[in-house]
Ligand binder design. Structure first.
Ligand SMILES: Nc1ncnc2c1ncn2[C@@H]1O[C@H](COP(=O)(O)OP(=O)(O)O)[C@@H](O)[C@H]1O
Ligand SMILES: [Mg+2]
Length: 292
């Protein structure tokens, strides 16, 4: 197979690992910077011009699109899809997973449980909603945030008001969410490909931190999933139209709840925690998927 990894930097751990795994499996591989892909439509034919060259059509692409370039990356994936190329991450799945509200709307449609979530254009009813549905403290999240950076724990009305003023001035969209106290500082990352769970780790935040992102200093630990949790991960991934991704859940007193799905999960933390060759497993999955 000829496989392209769409990535802006060959030096990134995940890009490097995937590159090596593809080579080890005797396939041809190239790292293509999606930001330099020009998209040509001519006589109803799709092609991609890359640094002066018309790119040979690959058999498969592995998109690793950064969250700051989702919009352009999605167009590039879509162009490859129109060329008949299979993608580990569909353009549709990328878009759904990058918007927390959209992702939760789709998951709820498939009866997957999540913390109670609220979205409003101007938050005019917010005091009532917080009183009746969420309570204090509650969670506020920027819909397109990542690595825990746009996630806040709001403890009282005065703080809430400051945040709403700030975000409505900057026209940033946010969702409000019930705070799952019993899981504070912990979540579970489940790397899933199709029907198959590749690797799982629990992430535990440092003291005085409710966000369990590795980028916020959390540590990874091995953990065993229940059958129900495995099924949720597989079902959630399928619901958003992804073949591969990191499904994040938390354990609440009412059972597992989904937080989000990452379409380009980082491999470093979880490969080091679990000692699983995730990149190799991804290539095996691609080989099977290509035959279907
Ligand atoms: N409703 C919630 N209740 C408790 N903790 C939460 C909740 N939502 C998020 N968190 C914590 O904050 C972290 C970051 O939130 P998340 O929605 O995954 O945003 P990001 O995309 O920035 O990672 C989660 O990994 C979890 O530890
Ligand atoms: Mg997260």
């Amino acid at each position: 197979m000829l496989i392209y990894i769409l990535s802006r930097n060959i030096e990134l751990y995940s890009t490097k690992r995937l590159y090596e795994a593809i080579k080890n499996a005797n396939h041809k591989v190239r790292v293509i910077n999606h930001m330099y892909c020009d998209l040509l439509i001519e006589n109803s034919q799709f092609s991609i011009i890359y640094e002066g060259e018309t790119l040979p059509t690959p058999d498969y692409i592995i998109p690793r699109i950064g969250s700051n370039v989702t919009s352009y990356g999605e167009k590039v994936i879509r162009h490859f899809e129109k060329m008949g190329v299979r993608s580990l991450t569909s353009s549709k799945g990328l878009l759904i997973s990058r918007d927390k509200l959209r992702c939760l709307q789709v998951l709820a449609e498939h009866s997957i449980n999540m913390p109670t979530t609220y979205f409003s254009n101007d938050f005019h009813e917010v005091e009532e909603i917080v009183k009746k549905k969420l309570g204090y403290p509650f969670i506020l999240k920027v819909t397109e945030g990542t690595q825990g950076l746009g996630v806040y724990l709001i403890k009282n009305e005065a703080t809430a008001q400051n945040f709403f003023d700030h975000f409505s001035n900057s026209k940033t969209q946010v969702v409000l969410q019930e705070f799952i106290k019993e899981s504070s500082g912990r979540d579970i990352r489940i790397i899933t490909a199709g029907q198959h769970i590749i690797a799982t780790m629990e992430r535990i935040a440092p003291k005085n931190e409710f966000r369990s992102n590795i980028h916020r200093g959390a540590m990874g630990y091995e953990i065993k999933l229940s059958e129900n949790e495995k099924q949720i991960a597989v079902k959630a991934l399928k619901a958003v139209g992804l073949k591969f991704g990191g499904v994040d859940i938390i354990r609440s007193k009412n059972g597992p709840l989904i937080l989000e799905i990452n379409s380009s999960p980082g491999l470093e933390g979880i490969e080091k925690t679990t000692q699983i060759d995730i990149a190799g497993e991804v290539v095996k999955f691609i080989e099977q998927d290509y035959k279907l």
